[in-house]
Design a protein around this ligand. Structure first.
Ligand SMILES: Cc1cc2nc3c(=O)[nH]c(=O)nc-3n(C[C@H](O)[C@H](O)[C@H](O)COP(=O)(O)OP(=O)(O)OC[C@H]3O[C@@H](n4cnc5c(N)ncnc54)[C@H](O)[C@@H]3O)c2cc1C
Length: 438
């Protein structure tokens, strides 16, 4: 072998040694990304009518800055050096992907070409086509706590300047998430008379974040309070902050009160709620987009042991608990409960497979079932609930379980019908870019 050939072989060997690990890494990364995308497609979470990023493949250079920048999990990934949207439903609208993309290949949009997103028509003060009814926060199409606070401030300041006054309350605020809570603080600061109702307990979407979820928020000025004292905070101290703030201000949220419809009566509105009518000169709808928890419509569902949200799994140690549902929320709740000491947990799912939840979650739940920490009733439906039992139809056969608590986690009824009943005009967005406000 000549010296030249040996030199050539050495060069080839060095090049291969240097590039093969990179190629192998790239192949592994692409394989992982493809699996993520396949999972998202199976679950249908690759497409959402809510806020999500849209990638212009022609512009994308595959630098991955968007993937690194996104604080939420698995919204974006890269395949063959192009960014792709995986679990679009996980997007909450931070918009960091859009800001960090060096070539402007990402836009945050509402709706898709196929799936329209309904949002209310609003003017610059977040007033609807019905003068005196306002929509603030995520229901208007834009997510994030800082946007909710900013919009609520604009709306309440605007209605306070207006001449519309009547007997009864100046403003009824519906929903006690970030938008409703900011609205009530401004109303108090401007000396308006107000009432604030909430179908669940105060906190809104924040209550539903996973435990210890890190919440990112830009500096936000809370009316009459000052700046929110954090940029990054876990869910639990954030909720505590809201509670303390309202406590100091003496604001009472009427919890467990659901708005059913609003009608105009002379110069005021009458809001029909689950605890009776409320008359108000203005109504601020801060309902979010999650909607009202879907019910089973089963005899016994009105019993106090039935709930639509799990907050503190540790409160159910040693109890016999039923979780109804087959999506991620139901699986997460069943797991959290099954891991508590002496608990006896049953998961009731109407199908035989868990095709509506992430694969990792399903695997963990099936593992708990195998270990005997959780019982799963498949192709099952709750037929009635009594104080100490639940009755089922399991694949056509009657069954029953002793029971202390029931969690119904089967999704929500979106608030659009409610808006229509209030006379609010909606428009449909098919992938329209969202303009930032705050
Ligand atoms: C998992 C997750 C993570 C997130 N992370 C962040 C983050 O890190 N940073 C950030 O800024 N944002 C984050 N967001 C987004 C943020 O939580 C929302 O944009 C914000 O909560 C919207 O506030 P809102 O008040 O408009 O609606 P919501 O918070 O949804 O509150 C609406 C309230 O209205 C009530 N309601 C609805 N219908 C009725 C009715 N008919 N009668 C009475 N009450 C009713 C609901 O029960 C609810 O309490 C996240 C969202 C999710 C889901």
């Amino acid at each position: 072998m000549s010296l030249d050939t040996i030199a050539l072989l050495v060069v080839v060997a060095i090049v291969l040694a240097a590039t093969l690990p990179i190629v192998a890494y790239q192949v592994r990364k692409d394989r992982k990304a493809k699996a993520l995308l396949a999972e998202a497609r199976t679950l249908g979470s690759h497409e959402t009518a809510s806020l999500h990023p849209l990638v212009d493949e022609g512009l994308c250079i595959g630098c991955g800055e968007c993937v690194k920048g996104c604080p939420e999990q698995d919204v974006l990934t890269t395949i063959r050096n192009k960014a792709v949207v995986a679990h679009a439903v996980e997007c909450v609208g931070h918009g960091i992907c859009e800001r960090v993309c060096p070539v402007g290949a990402i836009t945050l949009v509402l709706g898709t070409e196929k799936r329209g997103a309904e949002i209310p028509r609003l003017n610059e003060f977040f007033e609807t086509n019905v003068p005196g009814i306002y929509v603030v926060g995520e229901l208007g199409g834009m997510g994030l706590i800082r946007n909710a606070v900013w919009q609520a401030t604009q709306a309440i300041q605007h209605l306070a300047e207006g001449a519309r006054r009547s007997s009864g309350t100046d403003v009824l605020i519906v929903g006690a998430g970030p938008a409703g809570l900011a609205a009530v603080l401004v109303a108090q600061q401007l000396r308006l008379s107000y009432r604030i109702i909430e179908q669940e307990t105060l906190g809104g979407s924040i209550l539903h974040y996973p435990r210890k979820k890190l919440v990112m928020t830009h500096p936000v000025e809370l009316p009459g309070v000052g700046q929110m004292p954090f940029r990054e905070v876990e869910k639990e101290p954030l909720l505590e902050f809201w509670l303390q703030t309202l406590g100091k201000k003496g604001i009472q949220v009427e919890e467990g009160v659901r708005l059913e419809r609003v009608e105009q009566s002379g110069d005021r509105f009458v809001a029909h709620t689950s605890s009776g009518p409320i008359a108000a000169a203005h109504v601020v709808l801060a309902l979010g987009r999650r909607g009202t928890p879907r019910r089973l419509e089963t005899p016994g569902e009105e019993l106090p042991k039935v709930a639509y949200r799990l907050l503190e799994p540790e409160s159910y140690d040693g109890q016999r608990v039923l979780v109804v549902g087959g999506g991620s929320s139901a699986l997460e709740a069943a797991m959290a409960l099954a891991e508590r000491p002496r608990s006896k947990v049953t998961l009731c799912h109407r199908r035989s497979e868990f095709s509506g939840a992430r694969a990792a979650l399903v695997q963990r739940v099936l593992m708990l079932e195998k270990e005997g920490m959780l019982q799963i009733l498949r192709e099952a439906r709750v037929t009635s609930i009594t104080p100490d039992r639940v009755h089922f139809d399991v694949a056509g056969q009657p069954a029953e379980r002793e029971n202390d608590f029931v969690f119904v986690l089967v999704g929500g009824v979106p608030p659009y019908e409610l808006l229509k009943q209030c006379g609010v005009d909606l428009e449909t967005r098919f992938g329209t870019p969202i303009l930032r406000s705050a």
